[in-house]
Design a protein around this ligand. Sequence first.
Ligand code: SER
Length: 285
Amino acid sequence: MTGDQVRSTFLGYFERNGHKIVHSSPLLPANDPTLLFTNAGMNQFKDLFLGIEKRDYTRAASSQKCIRAGGKHNDLDEVGKTARHHTFFEMLGNFSFGDYFKEDAIKYAWDLLVNEFKLDPERLWFSVFEGDEEVGPDDEARELWIKVGARPERVLGFGRKDNFWQMGDTGPCGPCSEIHYYMGDDPSDPEKNSPHWVNGPGDTKMEIWNLVFMKYNRTQEPDGTFKLTPLPAPSVDTGMGLERMTAVMQHVKTNYDTDLIKPIVEFAASLGTQASPPATPVPPA
Ligand code: SER
């Protein structure tokens, strides 16, 4: 499957399920002084989550061009160290603005991965928010993953760093649930395909999709403290890395080996091997 087919499979699936397909917004956000670059598919829908804008649809899907090279989501320091970071990428996402919530988001994710993309469930791992002093544990997401078909030992709890998503210091946010894919050769190898590697070092496991259960708006008070208030309606914001999913579908070990990036690398490399033009002779003085 080509990268283009991965994109069209994702968007086609959500279009069939009642989502409006929306174009990527520009990399420079139009009306948001809290962001330098667009860092997620949900940016262009921020006011819909906050309930201050209404459109004639309550479900959308997009393939959003993103840059993560600064601010709250900064991949710059990971480039060259991992197989999956490159600061510019496309994020495939489905969104619900007060329409469906956790149960349908999880059902769609399982159905698309297992029944459409035909991923082996033995390679899939799921993380859920384990809770902290501000927001309780997301036991519901854990149960929903098990209900759609995940084995209970495949659903792992993590803290705020991995499983609570916010676009910046302020704005819509909520607990999230990530789907990780085992990239090794043999999923029956218990050493390698083990929970240890989920959110662990290296590229043994790769996060391919993040489902955010948007429930709160984080605002800053005049005294500088931050406060969470409930959104007008629970909503859904998901993000799948197009290049990561393409690496999975093409059975390659790095995003750089996919048909989305490899031709660019090869072209750049070919420029370096071209002979330099002959030097212009300097006329005698
Ligand atoms: N906004 C979430 C993320 O960027 C899901 O799309 O991970």
